[in-house]
Write a protein that binds this ligand. Structure first.
Ligand code: HEC
Ligand code: HEC
Ligand code: HEC
Ligand code: HEC
Ligand code: HEC
Length: 757
């Protein structure tokens, strides 16, 4: 098959070159339709003459949607189990062997294969001790059938083989395959639900004679199905939820990087705020960048190929396998994604913003540390937000470098109650925070301290300054990350050392792979840092890191973070807004401040002031969805639903891929009594987020008000996804159980720095 030299092939198949150039444009169009536009790309839009067995034919789009069912249901695939949304192309065999045949691709795609091997996707299955301990616990309690739920995303080959319905043997090589080539390259249709909502083609892959142009074209077409380059493909597994189908008592959202991405400037939604320019990128754009590659891979073009390492933040896996190249890829991905700063200081009744050079009076001092997510296309940290260990360290030192007070600095070694952590806290029926991702016990998220794309959070610290401490004081802030918090590390280490664990390691060795030893110490990566100087003599010392950002950015970030807070603290944003306005150097920057002022006034129910500030922003920056959205919020706050709906409509039209804007619009229209229009808006939103309880509620209310026959079905759909009834009870109880939990749950809590002894 491998006739001729590889360079020859490339020269002789010049036609491929033009095809390759065309592909991204087609993919972009598909991306807009599937991921950014309101209406998913219809599957039957593929050319009818497509030689590859990838089209599902042209099912009647509405055929399987019963009246009253929300839009966006499957379009004709065959669902194989109730516990997962994975489907097969009708008529295709349930061919797990083909799905798992990565060796078929390896000879011609060496670069891709090697990178994929090192990736988390190739380690998402039972050889992964973090996953295995959680899976085994889930299965022991919920039963084998329920565990098909996990396997749709983590072990699709095992699922198709029926191998998760029987005990999982450590010697089974399929249990170490993970997300294989043909899971992504065979996903011919995707739906927005999540929980493995993709439709697989398992018909034979046309393998080309690389010298035969036509065969190569057929191969390329077959392996680049329409969803491949869209975020929607990734979203099928990077959006998840729990519910009765997986034997959980009620609906609860799970991993979801797709929704925050779709609402962000990275996805082209400019509805969250007026921002500095942001380069748009899909999941692939950030996680599968073009990297240098050798011509040993047929798909290397101009010395580059899309990396299949998909670097994110899983430094623990790279370390556990001793894979330095993967660690470097992840380190590069983690560079410059966040900024930290000491944005404000209060001492002796005086507030200084930014904190640099603040006059210090002995007694109580409060510091506002700001963390801004600059470059993560979803929450920081993302993925399984319950497992991430991302925390802040703060150190205050005197002029001689002696420690005065600190927080979070012991977290790396032992539990440190002064640490502020960026994570989400799921609790069980007893309101106990769950640390091992045992999702069968998840009942509610009592708080989520991760930071949305381009958003900022403020963390307040307090300490007592004794008289006579040598000034200037330095304050150092570091944002540090490791993949797993301590309890998870311990559980996975134990799962590595157990008899079963050792059997998995032995199989990995037999297969010629680097075994995953979860007892290897986890690397810690510093995501961002800052140093400021305070008090007398501060002006002769230079700030560092995030504190060297322009004054405008520092003040703006502080205001942004405060306005996102609970209402009691909103007014504290005003001085930062005023200072940011003075520091602004361009009209755009001024507009950004005015819009935040409008947001603040809107939240406080001052309609006229909000509209005036929004008008100022609009005159400087031109109209846009972020401005319309704030106007909508201002009207909604005072129950002027007709006006709110008009503004929200413009926001939604300007950011059609952002489900939150359709949610706002649907709610306002419903409240204004315009049920037919509310229904239409809800349906657009539901195509983007089919499992949204809020949209399903609006949809039901609109149908009910119209006296529609299918209102009952819509009601059932809503009730199945409404938020847990016990949320506030569990929040309260978790606080009683654990004071640290009560503190973290409060949006503007104060961490007392630990005084040096
Ligand atoms: C006999 C060699 C051979 C085998 C085996 C093979 N491929 Fe290819 N593949 C090629 C050639 C040649 C190209 C065209 C490269 C080019 O010119 O860009 C290609 C291109 C591709 C592309 C690039 C499509 C694009 O965007 O241009 C994908 C994806 C792909 N192959 C996936 C696979 C997968 C998955 C397998 C295993 C199921 C596989 N290939 C097996 C030879 C092979
Ligand atoms: C998680 C999903 C996923 C998995 C798993 C996966 N791929 Fe891909 N692959 C993609 C996406 C997405 C692209 C397109 C990337 C782009 O152009 O941005 C791609 C591109 C490619 C290309 C073309 C590369 C280029 O730069 O033109 C080849 C070849 C390929 N994949 C082969 C494979 C093989 C072989 C495997 C298994 C060893 C594999 N893929 C596993 C998603 C995946
Ligand atoms: C079939 C399901 C599936 C699909 C499709 C999928 N992923 Fe994943 N992905 C996973 C699972 C499962 C994990 C986590 C594995 C683990 O840690 O056990 C993961 C992990 C990751 C990570 C974490 C890597 C790290 O170093 O932390 C990134 C990034 C990622 N995927 C990106 C993507 C992108 C980009 C796409 C689309 C091209 C995609 N995924 C498509 C299932 C999927
Ligand atoms: C603008 C760049 C960007 C885009 C777009 C982006 N990501 Fe990420 N992603 C990052 C960075 C940076 C990290 C590492 C920081 C972190 O942990 O949040 C990351 C981390 C991750 C992780 C690992 C989480 C962890 O901390 O272990 C997953 C999974 C992931 N991304 C999936 C996705 C998916 C799915 C999409 C598309 C919906 C996507 N990403 C879009 C930049 C991006
Ligand atoms: C909707 C798809 C999906 C389903 C269903 C799913 N997961 Fe995951 N899981 C993911 C993704 C995506 C990640 C990676 C996120 C990241 O990198 O932070 C992940 C990560 C994990 C991790 C962390 C692994 C590591 O390497 O650190 C564990 C543990 C886990 N899942 C357990 C489970 C169990 C057990 C089930 C079934 C009860 C399950 N998952 C169901 C998508 C899914």
């Amino acid at each position: 098959m491998l006739t001729g030299g590889r360079h020859d092939v490339r020269e002789r198949t010049g036609a491929i070159g033009s095809r390759r150039r065309a592909a991204p444009i087609a993919a972009l169009a598909a991306g807009l339709a599937v991921a950014c536009g309101p209406v998913p790309e219809p599957l039957d839009a593929a050319p009818p003459s497509d030689p590859a067995p990838v089209a599902l034919g042209a099912p009647d789009p509405g055929a399987r949607e019963p009246a009253g069912a929300p839009p966006g249901a499957s379009r004709g695939g065959v669902r194989i189990y109730p516990e997962t949304l994975l489907e097969l192309v009708p008529g295709d065999p349930r061919d797990a062997v083909r799905l798992g045949d990565v060796a078929l691709c390896q000879p011609c795609h060496v670069e891709v294969y090697d990178a994929w091997r090192a990736s988390v996707h190739a380690a998402s299955s039972f050889d992964n001790p973090w996953y295995r301990q959680a899976f085994d616990a889930f299965r022991a309690e919920q039963g084998a059938e329920a565990s098909r739920f996990c396997s749709g995303c983590h072990d699709p080959v095992m699922l198709l083989a029926g191998a998760v319905d029987v005990p999982i043997e450590a010697t089974d090589p399929r249990a170490q395959l993970g997300v294989t080539c043909m899971v992504c390259h065979g996903a011919v249709e995707v739906r927005a639900d999540g929980n493995a909502s993709y439709t697989l083609s398992t018909s034979p892959v046309p393998i080309p004679d690389p010298a035969n142009r036509e065969e190569v074209a057929v191969h390329v077409a077959a392996l680049t199905p329409a969803p491949l380059r869209t975020a929607a493909l990734c979203g099928t597994c990077h959006r998840g939820f729990l519910g009765p189908d997986m034997h959980n008592p009620h609906f609860l959202g799970g991993v979801d990087d797709l929704t925050p991405w779709a609402r962000s400037a990275f996805a082209g939604s400019r509805a969250s705020r007026l921002d500095a320019p942001v380069e748009e990128a899909t999941c692939q754009g950030c996680h599968m960048a073009q990297v240098p590659a050798s011509d040993r891979d047929f798909a290397t073009t101009d010395g580059h190929i899309a990396t299949h390492r998909v670097p994110g933040a899983h430094t623990a896996l790279a370390a556990a396998r001793g894979d330095d190249a993967q660690r470097e890829a992840i380190a590069a991905r983690l560079a410059d994604v966040a900024r930290v700063d000491v944005a404000a200081l209060r001492s002796g009744g005086r507030s200084t913003r930014p904190a640099d050079g603040a006059r210090l009076a002995p007694g109580a001092i409060e510091l506002d540390v700001v963390v801004r997510n600059l470059g993560v296309g979803h929450h920081l940290p993302g993925g399984t937000r319950d497992l991430q260990d991302t925390w802040l360290e703060v150190e205050v030192r005197d002029a001689d470098g002696a420690l005065v007070a600190e927080a979070g600095t012991r977290h790396a070694q032992t539990p440190d109650e002064t640490a502020h952590r960026l994570f989400a806290a799921p609790v069980d029926d007893e309101a106990e925070v769950q640390l091992l991702h045992h999702v069968q016990h998840f009942r509610a998220m009592v708080f989520d301290r991760t930071i949305a794309p381009r958003d900022a959070e403020v963390v307040r610290y307090a300490f007592e300054l004794a008289p006579g401490v040598a000034q200037p004081l330095s304050v150092d802030v570091r944002l540090r990350h490791r993949r797993h918090a301590r309890a998870m590390y311990d559980a996975a280490c134990e799962a590595t050392r157990s008899e079963r664990g050792r059997a998995f390691l032995a199989t990995a060795v037999t297969l010629g792979r680097a075994p995953i030893d979860a007892c290897v110490p986890q690397p810690i990566v510093e995501l961002a840092s800052a140093r400021v100087w305070l008090g007398e003599g501060a002006s002769s010392r230079a700030p560092e890191g995030g504190a060297t950002a322009p004054a405008f950015a520092r003040l703006f970030d502080h205001a942004l973070a405060r306005i996102g807070d609970v209402s009691e603290h909103l007014d504290d944003a005003r001085p930062s807004l005023a200072a940011a306005l003075r520091a602004a150097t361009t009209d755009r920057e001024r507009a950004r401040v005015h819009l935040q002022s409008a947001r603040l006034e809107a939240r406080q129910g001052r309609l006229a002031a909000a509209l005036a500030a929004a008008g100022r922003a609009e005159r400087l920056a031109g109209e846009g969805p972020a401005i319309h959205r704030v106007r909508g919020d201002a009207y909604a706050q005072v129950w002027r639903w007709e006006d709110a709906a008009a503004a929200y409509r413009r926001a939604a039209e300007g950011a059609p891929g952002d489900d939150g804007r359709w949610t706002d619009l649907a709610r306002a229209l419903g409240s204004a009594g315009r049920d037919a229009e509310a229904l239409l808006a809800a349906d657009v939103g539901l195509r983007l987020t089919p499992q949204s309880g809020e949209l399903l509620r609006t949809r039901y209310l609109a149908l009910d008000a119209a006296g529609a026959d299918d209102a009952e079905l819509a009601r059932a759909a809503y009730l199945a996804r409404r938020p847990p009834d016990r949320l506030s009870e569990l929040q309260l109880r978790s606080g009683v159980r654990d004071p640290a939990c009560a503190r973290e749950r409060m949006p503007m809590h104060v961490h007392a720095l630990r005084p040096a002894r």
